[in-house]
Design a protein around this ligand. Structure first.
Ligand SMILES: [Fe+2]
Ligand SMILES: [Fe+2]
Length: 243
């Protein structure tokens, strides 16, 4: 069943939350006791999300602008999504600073593959979209399906696994990541709906597998990538090729 723009808008408005209201005090006090290996994975994941969420918030401008010509409800959806992405960037910046004490520039910790995807590939596609409406399908395919539907989903899955294994030691971080994951699901739904409205292809299995590797094998495990790709395929309505 494919939800319309109005349905997604209703869902997105109902999910709104305030990252500043999340108490990260208990998390900041607990972090010193975490095992070194767990701490290293959390640092890398949160640094990756700081880079990624900042980039997606920044590069949604041409999507918001172009969607106005498609449908007023589509335009409202993309504008609401941009507000979500700005909130996600603020949330991960708080975790990086108040809980993990990461450097102000998280790029080195995030790694070159994540930085390349979000600070080179995405801006290039967004710039093409700003110049040419015909690029809308390819841009949404990269942004909503590959980056949000696959790369973010793998990172969120890994982050929630790490946090759940800590038995509630970082409750504010856990709560915020779950809210981010809820938002990203309707964003992916928006991408799928939009591609179908445009009549553009939604099978992104091959670029998605390459993008998934951006987190590295410790985070993008074979089992996790497979799980995320299969869940994604169910949502977009095609069967992915075997790994
Ligand atoms: Fe986001
Ligand atoms: Fe998103």
């Amino acid at each position: 069943m494919l939800a319309g723009y109005q349905h997604l808008l209703f869902a997105g408005r109902r999910l709104q939350w305030d990252e500043a209201a999340i108490d990260l005090g208990p998390d900041a006090r607990a972090v010193a006791d975490l095992p070194t290996a767990v701490r290293a994975r959390l640092d890398r994941l949160v640094a990756g999300f700081c880079v990624a969420e900042t980039a997606v918030a920044q590069h949604l401008d041409p999507f918001v602008a172009r969607s106005a010509a498609v449908d007023p409800d589509a335009h409202a959806c993309f504008a609401l999504q941009q507000g979500d992405e700005r909130r996600h960037a603020r949330f991960f910046a708080r975790v990086a600073d108040e809980v993990l004490g990461l450097p102000a520039d998280p790029r080195a910790l995030a790694g070159p593959a994540i930085v390349g995807l979000f600070e080179e590939d995405l801006p290039r596609r967004a710039a093409a979209l700003a110049a040419d409406a015909e690029a809308f399908g390819a841009a949404v395919g990269l942004y909503h399906l590959v980056l949000e539907g696959i790369v973010f989903a793998i990172g969120q899955d890994a982050l929630l696994d790490e946090l759940d294994a800590l038995d509630g030691a970082l409750p504010g971080t856990r709560a915020g990541v779950a809210r981010v994951q809820g938002d990203e699901r309707w964003h992916v739904g928006l991408g799928v709906l939009h591609l179908r409205t445009l009549g553009a292809p939604v099978d992104v299995t091959e670029p998605a597998r390459r993008a998934a590797a951006a987190w590295g094998p410790g985070i993008a495990t074979v089992a996790r990538v497979d799980r995320v790709l299969r869940a994604h395929a169910r949502r977009v309505g095609f069967v992915p090729a075997a790994a």
